[in-house]
Design a protein. Structure first.
Length: 162
């Protein structure tokens, strides 16, 4: 279960009881599902699907290591086979989400490891967008403050300045 808790905070660390802070266990269980991603309990089917993908990544990494040792390159790309497999799996997930919500390929799907991370991405994008807008706003603000205008019309009187 080390892979599931690597880099996690105190909510996800296994305590002496074998459970997390929220009394969650990482072994697949048949029980009530909670909506929190911090406390979601894997079903046997989801656990086996994740295990299959983990083994696929492991096999690909071993294959790539062997190819590198023997001097054979299975891919002419700059990316490794593992990176290619990762991109493929992420796109499969995005495709399933698009299909579920009945949207086309033009819709971007962003995958985040947690709800907090998803909120932070949106907040960061809002700050970046705001900064871009603010740059446009500031362009004429300093000269206007000194009585110099960039445009041809004064705002208060609608008179032409030039």
């Amino acid at each position: 279960m080390h892979l599931l808790t690597e880099g996690a905070d105190e909510r996800s660390i296994i305590l002496e009881t074998g459970q997390t802070k929220y009394h969650h266990v990482y072994n697949p269980r048949t029980c009530i599902q909670r909506s929190s991603c911090t406390c979601s309990i894997s079903t046997k089917d989801s656990y086996m699907a994740a295990e299959q993908i983990r083994l696929e990544f492991l096999f690909t990494a071993v294959q790539e290591a062997l190819d590198n040792q023997t001097g054979q390159k299975t891919s002419q790309k700059c990316k490794s086979l593992v990176e290619d497999l990762h991109d493929q799996k992420m796109e499969e997930i995005r495709g399933k989400i698009r299909k579920y919500f009945q949207v086309d390929e033009s819709v971007s799907v962003v995958l985040a490891p947690s709800g907090t991370d998803a909120e932070m991405i949106v907040t960061l994008l809002a700050v970046v967008k705001n900064e871009l807008i603010r740059q446009e706003e500031r362009r004429g603000a300093a000269p206007a403050g000194g009585g110099f205008l960039e445009g041809d019309i004064m705002a208060e009187t609608n008179e032409r300045t030039k």
